[in-house]
Design a protein around this ligand. Structure first.
Ligand SMILES: Nc1ncnc2c1ncn2[C@@H]1O[C@H](COP(=O)(O)OP(=O)(O)OP(=O)(O)O)[C@@H](O)[C@H]1O
Ligand SMILES: [Mg+2]
Length: 220
């Protein structure tokens, strides 16, 4: 039998939802790529300031109520480095502060939520527990990345839109930070989700617009 051994640094990220090619990526790695220097500098101060932003006083109340639980929203055109930087932040937060982190494409999260609702006896119980694990991580990990919000299918029931609002509000109320990446502009966002959610996003996240051309070869 041929076994391929995984790089031990990468193996630490199994179960984090982080795509294999980005496991363990650091902010220094992103700095060396050269682009989005403003966003990368802000990402570094977010990681550095995480403990202070999340600190509580002796009564268990947030010391900084305005920033407590506040995450980041990365908006911009495809290929401008949003996912890469968001994953680097998760990896650095876990390394630096030992917190639990989880990443999921929002589409995948919605698929799992839907499948769990529909799952009956015919579905392999191990598969069901894998979906449950992922869904629970999205709700309860200290820091979560919801990648590519806006790419999920919309349905008449508005399930994806309602779930997004519910997840974001619950996480914020619990003081857990969420990172969101999207190709939607502010107006598209308000149109697709709701104006109240758009306004809540300004409270629950700091917005960073990724400008410039795509770094993906072939996109230009
Ligand atoms: N800061 C950077 N400077 C230069 N190149 C970068 C930077 N960040 C990422 N890249 C490169 O750009 C490509 C696209 O990055 P990434 O997938 O993070 O973009 P994205 O904004 O998430 O795109 P999409 O909106 O399509 O999901 C990758 O190949 C990556 O290696
Ligand atoms: Mg992306």
């Amino acid at each position: 039998m041929i076994t391929t051994r995984m790089d031990p640094e990468k193996a630490r990220w199994v179960g984090s939802g982080i795509p294999p090619r980005l496991r363990g990526v650091s902010l220094t790695d992103v700095e060396e790529m050269g682009g989005q220097s403003d966003a990368v500098a802000k990402a570094r101060s977010f990681v550095e300031g995480y403990r202070a932003q999340q600190s509580k006083n002796w009564r268990g109340l947030p010391v900084n109520p305005d920033s407590y639980g506040r995450g980041l929203l990365f908006a911009g055109h495809p290929g401008t480095g949003k996912t890469t930087l968001a994953v680097a932040i998760l990896c650095e937060l876990r390394r630096r502060w030992g917190i639990t982190v989880y990443a999921s494409r929002y589409t995948d999260h919605i698929d799992r939520e839907r499948k769990l609702v529909r799952a009956d006896q015919s579905v392999d119980p191990e598969q069901v527990s894998r979906w449950q694990y992922a869904v629970e991580r999205v709700r309860w990990a200290d820091a979560v990345l919801l990648d590519d919000v806006g790419h999920e299918h919309t349905t008449d029931s508005k399930f994806a839109e309602d779930t997004l609002e519910q997840v974001l509000r619950q996480r914020y109320d619990e003081g857990r930070v969420t990172l969101v990446t999207t190709n939607l502009s502010g107006n598209d966002w308000a149109h697709r989700y709701s104006t109240p959610l758009r306004s809540f996003m300004d409270q629950a996240t700091r917005r960073q617009i990724f400008t410039g051309e795509s770094y993906r070869r072939g996109d230009q």
